[in-house]
Structure formats: structure tokens, C-alpha cells
Design a protein around this ligand. Structure first.
Ligand SMILES: Nc1nc2c(ncn2[C@@H]2O[C@H](COP(=O)(O)OP(=O)(O)OP(=O)(O)O)[C@@H](O)[C@H]2O)c(=O)[nH]1
Ligand SMILES: [Mg+2]
Length: 233
């Protein structure tokens, strides 16, 4: 297994039917893993149907909803056990564009990890109101002041990782569940002296389905960033 694209899902029945073929078109050779937390809407049934015509599509079904961070840890472990060299995180709701996925994979050999970034030149958000922009940019600004690495988009979740990078981080040490999960992974890698590069991506708001974003996730990120400064590597 060379490249693995990990799509976490919770109630993404409509999106998953479209995003898997779109990812497949963008990366014909990659393995794709859907990590689903027992979605009541039957997301897994759709994946099983798609698997009939795609031997490199995999499904990791989990018992219940445990948050995005836990789903990614499970997906990373699944991929590392099977020898994946490049592992990419990607939302299943079309916020992350399949054409940018290709660029993340192309950039990965030159770095230890690649961050898809809305806030570098060429990056953008589509359909975002002012409030959402302020929360996202403000969150990255706040994080930059505290953690002191010059990352522009700390909370972004469209990132590629070399297997060795995830192994060095040690996935069992990661604690966060929500947005802070993205911050924590990037920070742990940077603290280890690893090299991350930001490449521009265009982020679009989800078209269909329900958002799982909550103020709890935002507040978790705000307080966890402080705790991160004290982690020992
Ligand atoms: N397996 C799993 N996937 C999740 C969980 N929470 C969210 N996801 C998935 O993670 C991706 C990102 O979640 P979103 O709900 O889109 O969160 P967001 O992008 O911050 O917010 P919106 O785009 O506004 O909905 C989507 O593919 C979700 O289905 C979870 O607890 N478990
Ligand atoms: Mg989303």
C-alpha cells in the first residue's frame, strides 16, 4: 500500500456516494479508507455497495461516535499496520477538493508532512460568512501566538503525513478530539523538529448533510492549545 486517503464519516450517506468516485478519479492508485462511527443513516451500506466495484476501497466500522480525532487515529493505525507510506486526512463532505488531494500527495515526498492551507497565498474559502472566517483565522492567530510556530492554518484538516512522521509522533500520545486534534498533530511533529509545508487549498462549505461542528469543539481547541505547550516529546 503506497498512498491511503482516510475519509471519516458520520451521517454522510449522500456525500460518500459522490466523494469516493471523485477521490478515485483524482488518485486512481490510492487506497481509500472510510472510517465510520456507526452512522444511523446507513453510510456504511453505501460504502459496501461501492466496494463491489472498487477493490481498493476499505471500510473501518467503529462502534459509536467518538469524534473526529479518534476516527483518524484508528484510520492511521489501520494504514500503518498495512504498510501505507503516505496517509492523507480528508473530509467526506466536499469541503476538501479532490484536485487539491493530488497536490498534497505530490508535495509529500519533499517534506515530513504537508498541510492544506486556506490562509496562504492561493488558498481560499468559498461560501464562508464573516463570522466563520473570524473564528478560523482568529483560532490560527491565537494558536500561533501560543505555540510559536509560523503555521498559517493550524485547524485545517486536509493534511498528508509520511508514515515515519506518524510513527515518530506516537499516535497513542495524542489526546484531542475536535479541532485541536489537527493542532496537536502539527505541533507534535514540529516539536520533533520535523518539516511541514503549507500548500494552498480551496475550502468549500459542505453542500449537503449536517454539520458536526459545535461550540464544545471550539472551546476544547481553545483550552487544549495551552496544555500543548507543556507536552514533553
Ligand atoms: N468517524 C467520524 N467522523 C466524523 C465525526 N465527526 C465528524 N466526522 C466527519 O469528519 C468530517 C468533518 O466533519 P464536519 O461535520 O464536516 O465538520 P466541519 O467541517 O468542521 O463542519 P461543517 O463543514 O460545517 O459541517 C466529515 O466527513 C464528517 O462526517 C465523528 O465523530 N466520527
Ligand atoms: Mg465539513
Amino acid at each position: 500500500m503506497n498512498a491511503l486517503v482516510i475519509l471519516p464519516t458520520y451521517n454522510e450517506r449522500e456525500n460518500i456516494a459522490e466523494i469516493v468516485p471523485a477521490v478515485r478519479r483524482a488518485t486512481p492508485d490510492a487506497d481509500i479508507l472510510v472510517v465510520d462511527d456507526n452512522s444511523p443513516d446507513g453510510t456504511q451500506d453505501v460504502v459496501r455497495e461501492l466496494q463491489k466495484s472498487d477493490p481498493k476501497l476499505h471500510l473501518l466500522g467503529r462502534k459509536g461516535k467518538e469524534g473526529l480525532g479518534r476516527a483518524y487515529i484508528a484510520g492511521f493505525k489501520w494504514g500503518l499496520e498495512r504498510g501505507a507510506q503516505y496517509l492523507v486526512e480528508m473530509d467526506a463532505d466536499f469541503s476538501h477538493r479532490p484536485e487539491d488531494l493530488k497536490r498534497i500527495l505530490e508535495a509529500l515526498p519533499e517534506a515530513d508532512f504537508v498541510m492544506g492551507s486556506r490562509w496562504v497565498p492561493g488558498g481560499a474559502t468559498v461560501n464562508w460568512g464573516l463570522g466563520r472566517k473570524i473564528i478560523s483565522r482568529g483560532g490560527s492567530f491565537y494558536t500561533r501566538q501560543i505555540l510559536r510556530y509560523p503555521v498559517r492554518d493550524w485547524t485545517g484538516g486536509f493534511n498528508g503525513w509520511k508514515a515515519a512522521t506518524l510513527q515518530k509522533i506516537g499516535l497513542d500520545s495524542v489526546r484531542s478530539e475536535g479541532y485541536s486534534f489537527q493542532i496537536e498533530l502539527k505541533y507534535r511533529a514540529l516539536r520533533l523538529g520535523l518539516r511541514g509545508i503549507e500548500i494552498p487549498i480551496v475550502f468549500e462549505d459542505r453542500r449537503v448533510g449536517q454539520s458536526k461542528m459545535s461550540s464544545r469543539i471550539v472551546f476544547e481547541a481553545l483550552y487544549r492549545v495551552w496544555g500543548l505547550r507543556r507536552i514533553s516529546i
